[in-house]
Design a protein around this ligand. Structure first.
Ligand SMILES: Cc1cc2nc3c(=O)[nH]c(=O)nc-3n(C[C@H](O)[C@H](O)[C@H](O)COP(=O)(O)OP(=O)(O)OC[C@H]3O[C@@H](n4cnc5c(N)ncnc54)[C@H](O)[C@@H]3O)c2cc1C
Length: 414
């Protein structure tokens, strides 16, 4: 079959890899000049099954309410008239009750865990290198209140099969000596041994190289304009560089998937949630963390990629606005310096932002749509790196008409 994959990020490239392995004639189309140039470019690098509890949680309404009164918060909501944003936020609030959030957590964990298994196979088969660590992640808490809520969420994941260890601040310092100077500010942590870190952009770029070697064609600098639908099938895709025939189409365009899909009556609630990252040159490698983690009270993620410290924070609702300014990083820099005051050269940090393609319930979206050969692989929100390989495999299975290896309930387009 001729399969067109629209989007060359963490969702699109693994899908192209598995589709090519199934023997399809695959073409990836992307408006950028290379793979992983948008949201997959400089994310938090965490392979974080422990982050599977959705943002739409019982604690979220309170955090949202607080964010209206303080603009230094990890969560920001732009006070603007954007009906699609407010409608998304309303649906998000409807997903916050405990019973719903617990159910979505188990769904997300199923894909996140499966994805780690699939990634292991991909790495074994391709020998890709991407600063991968598999030492686990630390989810650290500064207050009893945050630890109680964090632990409740982690227990839900534990019941769904995730192995966790609840540890004291002192044990955090033993496991991760880089956190020793702040150990007395921590009330404890959850250690998830099966988590890890890795450079998502490098992984995606390297897997794209392997795909090209295996015959996948790439159309970069090519804008997707329209799908040409006839007889309930996409017959071809119109782009800025011509029309491409298709037997099947995978939409993996991150936050932009919903804009394209709307034109064809495929309603998906994928909305951009902006996040920021700083990549800081490491000055003192001997003091750098040896594993990644999350400062849960500041919603700050950290990881080491070779000689760089990657820090990410902030969930901002401001539509597709990609502007950044120094003040967007003030809060993150403060939180980062509190954890790692001397390790990095903060004055020479590379600053970046990206748009998480988020759904209200936190579950990604797959499967055929009402247009029979149009498949989705999008809506991975804050876990698109963790879920990338599993999502690619599932997409190839669905296109082949095979039963995916995991139960896909809660993740299929309806
Ligand atoms: C600050 C931040 C930190 C994060 N940290 C983590 C983390 O630690 N762990 C984790 O698991 N996840 C993390 N994520 C989430 C993860 O990065 C995303 O879920 C993932 O990158 C989404 O991948 P994607 O392929 O769906 O989107 P993208 O990477 O954005 O890819 C979509 C592609 O579609 C292309 N495209 C869009 N429209 C068109 C068009 N009209 N024509 C042609 N091409 C088009 C774009 O050029 C782009 O290349 C983080 C995200 C952010 C923003």
């Amino acid at each position: 079959m001729k399969v067109l994959v629209l989007g060359a990020g963490l969702a699109g490239i693994p899908a192209a890899y598995f589709l090519a392995r199934d023997g399809h004639d695959v073409t990836v189309i992307d408006r950028q000049s290379a793979a992983a140039m948008e949201t997959s470019f400089a994310n938090g690098s965490l392979l974080c099954q422990g982050h599977s509890y959705p943002w739409a949680s019982p604690a979220a309404p309170r955090i949202m309410a607080k964010s209206f009164f303080r603009n230094d918060q990890a969560l920001r909501i732009a006070p603007k008239i954007d009906p699609s944003m407010w409608s998304w936020l309303l649906k998000f609030l409807c997903e916050c009750p405990r019973s719903r959030a617990d159910k979505h957590a188990a769904t997300r964990l199923r894909l996140a865990s499966y994805s780690q298994d699939v990634m292991r196979d991909v790495v074994r088969d391709t020998q890709i290198e991407f600063f991968h660590t598999a030492k686990g992640l630390l989810y650290v808490y500064r207050t009893h209140h945050s630890m109680d809520e964090g632990l409740r969420q982690m227990r839900v994941l534990e019941q769904a099969g995730l192995k966790i260890e609840v540890i004291s601040g002192a044990r955090v310092a033993e496991l991760e000596p880089a956190l020793k100077p702040v150990a007395d500010k921590l009330v404890g942590a959850v250690y998830v041994p099966s988590d890890g870190t890795g450079d998502a952009r490098l992984f995606t770029a390297e897997l794209a190289r392997v795909c090209a070697e295996q015959g996948v064609k790439f159309m970069f600098n090519t804008q997707v304009l329209d799908l040409n639908v006839d007889n309930n099938k996409v017959q071809s895709v119109s782009t800025s560089k011509g029309v491409f025939q298709a037997d099947a189409v995978v939409v993996a365009m991150g936050s932009y998937s919903s804009i394209l899909m709307r034109k064809y009556g495929v309603k998906i609630d994928v909305f951009p949630v902006k996040g920021y990252s700083m990549t800081v040159p490491i000055l003192r490698p001997e003091e750098a963390p040896t594993m990644g983690g999350l400062d849960e009270d500041n919603l700050l993620a950290f990881s080491v990629l070779g000689d760089r410290l990657r820090l990410t924070a902030t969930a901002e609702f401001t539509g597709y606005d990609m502007r950044i300014s120094q003040k967007d990083f003030r809060y993150m820099t403060q939180a980062a310096k509190d954890l790692f005051p001397t390790i990095g050269d903060y004055s020479n940090a590379e600053l970046w932002c990206g748009l998480r393609p988020a759904t209200p319930d936190g579950n990604p979206l797959f499967g055929p749509t009402q247009i029979s050969n149009l498949f989705l692989n999008t809506g991975h929100g804050s876990q698109g790196w963790t879920m990338s390989c599993g999502s690619g495999k599932v997409t190839a299975d669905l296109i082949a008409g095979r039963q995916p290896d995991i139960d896909m309930s809660g993740m299929m387009y309806q």
